[in-house]
Design a protein around this ligand. Structure first.
Ligand code: PLP
Length: 391
C-alpha cells in the first residue's frame, strides 16, 4: 500500500473518544466524553418531527439557512454587544469543531505560531496540525489555573505568534476568564496585531459569581476576534452537529470558502428545527444554568463526602480530580493516568479522561470527569467512585 500522509502520522485519535469506546465495551458509566444523558428541549424535538414531513431536506445556503443565521445573529448580539450582520458576519458550521478548524484554516499559514493555553481541549492540537500552525503553549497553572501574561507577550513579541486560542469557559479545567484577564490578552493581541480565536461552547454554564464575557465585546476586539460556538451543549444536541463562527466580514467571507469545501453546509432540517431553540427566551438559559449549578454542587458535594480531591469548576461541566493519593498505593506503582483511567473503567465502572491528554506539561495526577448526567446516574457514579477510598 502507498504511504499515508505525514499529517495523519503526527497526531493520535482522540483520547476522549477512545475512553468512550472502552467505557462502552465494559458497560461503565461514561463520565469521560462530555454530552448529556437527558433529552433536548421538547419544542426543538417537536419541530424536528414536523420538519420530517415538511422539510427542508436539501442543502441550505452553504454558510447557513437565512432564518438560522438571523436567529443566531440576534442571540449572539446580546453577548457581543453590537448588532451582528447575519449575511456577512455569521458562518454556520458542523459543530463548534468545524468552526474552530475553519477559523484556524482561515487565518494560519503553515508554520504560523499560535498561542494555546495548557491544559487545552484536545481538538486544538489537531486543529493546529491540520492547519499547519505551530502551537506555543502557555500554562494555566493548577489549582487556580492562572497564567503569566509575560509568556503570552513573549510568544507574540519573540516568536511572532499570529493568534491565540481562548477556550472560555475552559474545557477541561472549568476556568472562566475574568474581564481583567480577557483585557490583558486583548491588549496584547492589539499591541502585536494578532487574532483571538475564542471557543465559547460553555457560555451558558458559568456559575455565579463568575460571568461570561465575550472577548469580541471588549473595546477594539471585534476587529480581531473570531468567536466559535455551538448548539451542542446549550440545547443538549451534541449529535446534531450545529455550530457557528462569528467575526469581521472579511474573515467570515474567507472562512465561508473553507467551510464550503470542507462540508458544503450544516444539516438543513436540523438548522430549521434548532431555530426554535435560538429563539428561546432568557428564562431557558436561566433554567439551564440552574440545572447545571445544581448538578455541579451535587457532584462536587458527593466527591467531598467520599474524600476525593477535586477542583470546583467556575464554568463548563467538567471536574478535575486529583488521583495522586491513589497513584501512591503499591498496586498502582508505575501507572500513568491513562492506565489508571483504564483500570477505573474495568474495576470501578466509571470512565474518566486522563489529564495528560489536555496538558502539554508532564501532569500525570489529574483525571477529568463530567456531570452532565441525570441525578440517578450521578448517584450511581458516586457510589462506585467511593470504592476508590477502599483501596
Ligand atoms: C471546548 C469545546 N469546544 C468544542 C467542542 C465541540 O463542540 P461541537 O459538538 O459543537 O463540535 C467541545 C465538545 O466537547 C468542547 O468541549
Amino acid at each position: 500500500m502507498p504511504s499515508l500522509s505525514h499529517r495523519v502520522q503526527t497526531f493520535t485519535d482522540s483520547v476522549i473518544r477512545r475512553m468512550t469506546r472502552i467505557s462502552d465495551e465494559y458497560g461503565a458509566i461514561n463520565l469521560s466524553q462530555g454530552f448529556p444523558d437527558f433529552p433536548p428541549p421538547k419544542p426543538i424535538t417537536d419541530a424536528l418531527k414536523r420538519i420530517a414531513d415538511e422539510g427542508p431536506h436539501q442543502y441550505s445556503v452553504t454558510y447557513g439557512a437565512e432564518n438560522f443565521r438571523e436567529a443566531l445573529a440576534r442571540k449572539a448580539a446580546k453577548g457581543i454587544g453590537r448588532e451582528i450582520d447575519p449575511e456577512e458576519e455569521v458562518l454556520v458550521t458542523c459543530g463548534g469543531t468545524e468552526a474552530m478548524m475553519s477559523a484556524m484554516m482561515t487565518i494560519c499559514n503553515p508554520g504560523d505560531k499560535v498561542v494555546v493555553f495548557s491544559p487545552f481541549y484536545e481538538n486544538y492540537g489537531a486543529d493546529a496540525i491540520l492547519s499547519g500552525a505551530d502551537p506555543i503553549f502557555v500554562p494555566l497553572v493548577p489549582p487556580d489555573y492562572h497564567f503569566d501574561a509575560s509568556l503570552i507577550e513573549a510568544a507574540f513579541r519573540d516568536e511572532g505568534a499570529k493568534a491565540i486560542i481562548v477556550c472560555n469557559p475552559s474545557n477541561p479545567c472549568g476556568k472562566v476568564f475574568t474581564r481583567d484577564e480577557l483585557m490583558t490578552i486583548g491588549e496584547l493581541a492589539k499591541k502585536y496585531d494578532a487574532f483571538v480565536v475564542t471557543d465559547e461552547v460553555y457560555e451558558h454554564m458559568v456559575y455565579a459569581p463568575n460571568k461570561h464575557i465575550c472577548m469580541a465585546s471588549l473595546p477594539g476586539m471585534w476587529e480581531r476576534t473570531i468567536t466559535c460556538n455551538s448548539l451542542s451543549k446549550t440545547y443538549s444536541i451534541t449529535g446534531w452537529r450545529l455550530g457557528w463562527l462569528i467575526g469581521p466580514a472579511e474573515v467570515v467571507e474567507a472562512a465561508k470558502k473553507v467551510h464550503d469545501f470542507l462540508t458544503v453546509g450544516a444539516p438543513a432540517p436540523l438548522q430549521e428545527a434548532a431555530v426554535v431553540g435560538l429563539n428561546f427566551p432568557q428564562s431557558y438559559y436561566d433554567e439551564l444554568l440552574q440545572i447545571y449549578t445544581e448538578k455541579r454542587d451535587y457532584f462536587c458535594d458527593g466527591l467531598d463526602r467520599i474524600g476525593i480531591d477535586h477542583n470546583v469548576p467556575q464554568g463548563s461541566y467538567f471536574v478535575m480530580v486529583d488521583i495522586s493519593r491513589y497513584l501512591k498505593k503499591p498496586q498502582f506503582s508505575g501507572y500513568t493516568d491513562l492506565e489508571f483511567c483504564e483500570w477505573m473503567i474495568r474495576n470501578i465502572g466509571v470512565a474518566a479522561v486522563p489529564g495528560s491528554s489536555f496538558f502539554r506539561e508532564p501532569v500525570g495526577n489529574l483525571i477529568r470527569l463530567h456531570f452532565a448526567r441525570e441525578k440517578d446516574t450521578l448517584d450511581e457514579a458516586l457510589s462506585r467512585l467511593a470504592k476508590l477510598e477502599e483501596l
